[in-house]
Write a protein that binds this ligand. Structure first.
Ligand code: BGC
Length: 522
């Protein structure tokens, strides 16, 4: 029996076999996953470690002596809500993210011009230096400089690692491996929470908390030496032969002609673009650009990092002891990691939008619940919540974290990485990462002050952003489940608003046209 192109059944089966062969999960892909895991773990560890050490009294006494441990008076303003309102304490957390933001732009050039592998090595070295400075800190400037180095590690690591993963992954595993990076982040946060719980009892505990970040940093640094560069990066920089060899190695077969040709096509199209940051603001790229920026803005504006960075001090604010606060933070970290796994399992079955919309409602209920509990129970004076009320606050935080972890946490990254056309994807990734870090910085630098000024009203403000976030997901975000990346432009063309941006689409030069002009012999 032959199909409409005259191929026999056996022929088709053979072709299927070759395709399946191409999708093998080789040891090179496994090594890439382990190294990428250490980069994600370290990012998560940096996110998770600051909140716990900020609640340790020896750490506060050494670096922030002005923060009163007496709930009746805050360092600025008075009462429960202002207990931790200190600009320098917030700077200790936030400095990392503002530097991460700036360094992402440098990293986008090293990722493109030097390759993904050296960029990951640079990230590992920054992380190591930051870890040493923090663990050995003798003064506040030394502590903050350490955080600045960690920020550079985040900027370089978060630019190169997701790109590395998606470039070496077999196509059918790309979505899952993308969320794997988020799972590593949440695991890093959980490990940091656990470490803080165990070290809090010792006067030097905070030094150990910082120092243990050296393990993933070292793994990332050493691991970067054994990684191969990605075929995409080699081809983009003109190393065609090496690119093909690496492709054969990571796919575990020499039947890579079709994929190699695709990569060459994309490589040529992207090398034609001299300034990707100018290209990305062209009219036809605005729909994915606006969506990626909104996804990252809303991910942060709902208040996730108020909880991630400050839940130990938040729980102390509502009346928990230091130990109970750290235990609750560990529970939250565990829920975060487990629900991220749920997301990995269901995202390709249910689609992105249904998860984003369901979570919009869940997150809204949780933030309004926290506001009501604090509004009723935590007055400006010295009283604390009753144990029942405090438990209810923890439950609401758990409701929030679970919803975030199976939706906006991983999907803001996944969808943003899917929507850009190939030739501006690296620039798109930089803008995605830096938007995320900008709003992460804003939250880290302002939450404790906003809590002092707005009191429980800060959670109402988060809830208002959650309403806008859900409307955005419902009205402006297209469903990207199952759509091949090269067909994404069709998605925008069918959207009621975004199709207006694509009028000049037919004028764009395609990768195929570019290849014919530049390298007709390939
Ligand atoms: C966010 C981080 C957040 C983390 C929590 C990530 O997707 O970008 O800001 O701390 O999720 O799991």
């Amino acid at each position: 029996m032959a199909d409409d192109q005259g191929r026999t059944l056996e022929g088709c089966e053979e072709e299927q076999l070759i395709k399946r062969e191409k999708k093998k999960f080789t040891s090179s892909v496994l090594i890439a996953c382990v190294i990428a895991a250490s980069s994600g773990l370290m990012f998560g560890y940096v996110i998770g470690i600051s909140g716990g050490v900020s609640a340790m009294k020896d750490f506060l006494a050494k670096f922030f002596p002005s923060i009163s441990r007496d709930p009746s008076k805050g360092s600025s303003g008075s009462g429960n809500y202002c207990r931790y309102n200190d600009q320098l304490l917030q700077l200790f957390t936030s400095s990392t993210y503002i530097v991460g933001l700036i360094s992402t732009f440098g990293a986008s050039y090293t990722t493109r011009d030097l390759g993904r592998k050296p960029t990951m090595l640079i990230a590992g070295i920054f992380y190591l230096v930051g870890t040493v400075l923090n663990a050995g800190a003798q003064s506040l400037p030394m502590l903050i400089i350490g955080r600045v180095f960690l920020g550079c590690g985040i900027g370089f690591g978060n630019q190169a690692t997701p790109l590395y993963l998606s470039e070496v992954a077999p196509p059918h595993l790309r979505g899952g491996l993308n969320i794997l990076f988020q799972l590593n982040i949440t695991t890093g946060i959980l490990i940091a929470n656990l470490v803080n719980y165990f070290t809090a009892a010792y006067p030097w505990g905070w030094r150990l908390s910082f120092a243990l970040g050296g393990i993933p940093s070292l793994l990332l640094t050493l691991g970067s030496f054994v990684l191969s560069e990605t075929p995409n990066s080699l081809i983009e920089r003109g190393y065609l032969t090496q690119g093909k060899q690496v492709l054969e190695k990571i796919r575990g077969t020499d039947q890579v002609e079709e994929e190699f040709n695709d990569l060459v096509e994309v490589g040529v199209a992207s090398s034609l673009i001299k300034n990707p940051f100018r290209d990305i603001i062209r009219r036809k790229n605005l729909p994915p650009l606006i969506c990626a920026i909104c996804l990252q803005f809303f991910q942060q504006a709902g208040g996730i990092n108020a909880i991630m960075f400050y839940s130990p001090v938040l729980f102390e604010t509502v009346g928990f002891g230091s130990n109970a606060s750290l235990v609750s933070t560990v529970v939250i970290g565990g829920i975060n990691a487990v629900c991220t796994i749920i997301s990995m399992v269901v995202v390709d079955r249910f689609g992105r939008k249904i998860l984003l919309l369901e979570a919009g409602v869940q997150l809204f209920i949780a933030q309004v619940g926290i506001a009501i509990l604090l509004g009723l129970g935590l007055k400006d004076s010295v009283n604390l919540l009753t144990p029942m009320q405090a438990m209810a606050v923890v439950l609401m935080v758990c409701l929030f974290i679970s919803g975030f972890a199976w939706s906006w946490g991983p999907l803001a990254w996944l969808v943003a990485s899917e929507v850009f056309p190939l030739e501006v994807r690296s620039a798109g990734q930089s803008i995605t990462v830096s938007t995320n870090l900008l709003f992460t910085f804003a939250m880290a630098q302002s939450f404790l002050s906003m809590l002092c000024v707005l009191k429980y009203g800060i959670f109402i403000l988060f809830a208002a952003f959650l309403v806008a976030m859900t409307l955005f997901a419902a009205l402006l975000l297209p469903e990207t489940k199952g759509i091949p990346i090269e067909e994404m432009s069709g998605l925008w063309k069918r959207h009621w608003l975004w199709r207006r941006f694509l009028d000049d689409f037919s004028m764009e030069i395609t990768g195929v046209q570019a290849r014919r002009v530049l390298w007709p012999e390939i």
